[in-house]
Design a protein around this ligand. Structure first.
Ligand SMILES: [Zn+2]
Ligand SMILES: [Zn+2]
Length: 281
């Protein structure tokens, strides 16, 4: 299984523990690397993003840990970038401000129009998803999901980043109620996004969090999307999106077996400041 985790949140965003706890856990597990990916700052208040006035502390803290544990573990400072059209800054801005080693691009907040508030599609509460679907899209799931994927596509086309985070997570609170993976319109959206991922040479994250938090019965992505990634030879990165130190390798062994059965043979890792292909094992 991967002996590294490159998607995790500490108290600098919405994680529950200090960075040191994740580092100690990683060393205990004989990991080679960990990367902190706090949620990028946004120009409005959220309970989950890194605060702008805390950026220097984030830089200092990770630099301190990098140095202190340099003979035991590679430690990276990264961000999980939120893309909201016309609202979020260009990724390049925060890449420089936070001196990151790499970036994950993700959509959690969907913009239905310039006037409406943003639709929060993530988090533990399905009621927020259902209310937004009703309020901003008149209950039209096809329109809502299409807007999510088009926003994802816009992110891929306009921003520079390394990894596309949990790109079919819109299915989580759907919980097979309003659409399924079999719907032709849904498959078309997946096809379009995967084509863009390929054209930009992005790495697709395989995220185990929905499964181990029991918010979803699948990986992000899974089923049709996962087979399509394989078919298109898109490089993958397994990560746990940990918000607590003990979650850093949740479901890694099972995920490796599952992906091997689908036909994947390689995965990506970040080592010595660059992306490398390694055997899926
Ligand atoms: Zn995320
Ligand atoms: Zn995350």
């Amino acid at each position: 299984m991967p002996n590294y985790n490159l998607h995790q949140h500490s108290v600098f965003s919405d994680g529950k523990e200090e960075p040191l706890n994740y580092v100690e856990k990683a060393i205990e597990l004989n990991f080679t690397a960990v990367g902190f990916t706090e949620h990028s700052p946004l120009p409005f208040n959220t309970p989950f993003s890194l605060k702008e006035d805390n950026i220097q502390n984030y830089i200092d803290e990770i630099d301190f840990l990098k140095k202190k544990f340099s003979n035991k573990l590679e430690i990276y400072r990264a961000l999980e970038m939120d893309f909201v059209p016309y609202i979020s800054e260009d990724f390049e801005y925060w890449r420089k401000a936070c001196k990151t080693d790499y970036l994950i691009g993700s959509v959690h907040l969907v913009s239905s129009s310039k006037e409406n508030p943003l639709w929060f599609t993530d988090g533990p509460d399905p009621d927020i998803y259902d209310q937004g679907l009703e309020e901003f899209f008149g209950g039209d799931i096809k329109k809502a999901v299409t807007t999510f994927y088009h926003q994802t596509n816009q992110m891929i086309e306009t921003q520079e980043f390394d990894v596309i985070g949990h790109f079919d997570k819109i299915k989580m609170h759907n919980a097979n109620r309003f659409f399924t993976d079999e719907d032709v319109w849904y498959r078309k959206l997946i096809d379009e996004t995967i084509e863009l991922i390929k054209s930009k040479n992005l790495i697709a994250e395989i995220n185990t969090r929905g499964l181990y938090k029991k918010r979803c019965d699948k990986l992000f992505p899974d089923d049709y999307a996962l087979y399509k990634l394989k078919e298109n030879n898109i490089p993958i990165l397994i990560s746990s999106d940990a918000h607590k130190a003990h979650e850093i390798n949740e479901l890694f062994p099972q995920t490796v077996v599952y992906l091997k059965n689908i036909g994947f043979r390689e995965m990506m890792m970040f080592s010595n400041d660059k992306w490398e292909i390694t055997e899926l094992n």
